[in-house]
Each structure stands twice: as structure tokens, then as C-alpha cells.
Design a protein. Structure first.
Length: 167
């Protein structure tokens, strides 16, 4: 009977030690992941999509450029190819950045919010207005690192835009 009385304490000690094993999430990791994503966009590097997004069927992405949800890695790669992304990337004059990035950690998950900006470059850059809007990133800590599992973009109206008035 004495052995049984000591066993629960021993078992608790083993559970506590085991819970601390393995890689722990780096609190700066989600913000660094967004920086890597911005670099991916500014080089149009299709290979980096697979390095930043968790490849699994529940991956979701709402684009500011099309309606509906994009699901899974295959559809996400196809979406980026539609913007001109290529394996290894390519030089291009456009520039994307994120400002006012906020990070909320929930253990092995993080929700990041900010404002994205996109400026077209090239010969017709002066004619193209600056695009901007809110963005939400959701990332998970899996396999020893942070991955994106969801993004949602929206557009702010162009300056001077007046919505149609009801009748």
C-alpha cells in the first residue's frame, strides 16, 4: 500500500517534466513569419508559399482580389501563380508591406492583425492608386516552428469614394 501512495506524486512529476519537453513556441515567431511572408510577396517566390503555410486541407485564405474562400495548398499555390509568382521568384516593381501589426498569442496559436499596403510599380505606377486594407493572419506552432493556417484580407475604399445612397 505504501508504494501506491508514493506513485501518484511520482506520476505527477513525470507528467510535469514531459509537458515541458519538446520545442516551445518562440513568442517572436509569428511576427517573423509575417516578415518572411512580406519578403515572399515582394519577390513573387512561389516556393516560399509552401515554406510559410501549413500544407493541410484546413488551410484557408480569403483574398482581397476575389470572392470566396481558397482552401488547401494546391488552391493557394494556384492563386499566387495567378499574380505572377514563379518558382524561385522574379524581379518585379510592385511593393507590399504591413503596418500596425498586432500579435495575440494563445499558447501554440497566434492571431496577428494589421494593415496591408500594396503599391504597383513600373511604368504605369503613377496611375495605380495605393491599395490598402485590414488583414488577419492566424498561425500555429507545429513541427517545431510557426506556420500560417489562415489569412483574410479586405480592402479599404479608395480615397474620395462615396458609397451609393439608398433610394
Amino acid at each position: 500500500m505504501r508504494a501506491l501512495r508514493r506513485a501518484p506524486g511520482l506520476l505527477l512529476g513525470v507528467v510535469v517534466v514531459a509537458a515541458g519537453c519538446g520545442p516551445q513556441p518562440d513568442p517572436a515567431g509569428p511576427e517573423a513569419l509575417v516578415e518572411d511572408w512580406v519578403a515572399m510577396w515582394n519577390t513573387y517566390d512561389l516556393d516560399r508559399v509552401g515554406e510559410l503555410f501549413l500544407d493541410e486541407p484546413r488551410l484557408t485564405y480569403f483574398s482581397s482580389e476575389r470572392e470566396g474562400v481558397i482552401r488547401g495548398m494546391g488552391a493557394l499555390l494556384e492563386h499566387h501563380e495567378g499574380f505572377g509568382f514563379t518558382p524561385g521568384g522574379t524581379e518585379q516593381p510592385n511593393r507590399l508591406w504591413v503596418e500596425d501589426l498586432g500579435v495575440d498569442l494563445f499558447g501554440h496559436a497566434a492571431v496577428l492583425t494589421g494593415i496591408w499596403y500594396f503599391q504597383r510599380g513600373g511604368d504605369d505606377a503613377g496611375a495605380a492608386p495605393l491599395q490598402r486594407g485590414p488583414v488577419t493572419f492566424v498561425s500555429l506552432f507545429r513541427h517545431g516552428r510557426w506556420w500560417f493556417v489562415h489569412m483574410h484580407f479586405a480592402n479599404y475604399p479608395a480615397p474620395g469614394y462615396l458609397p451609393p445612397q439608398g433610394e
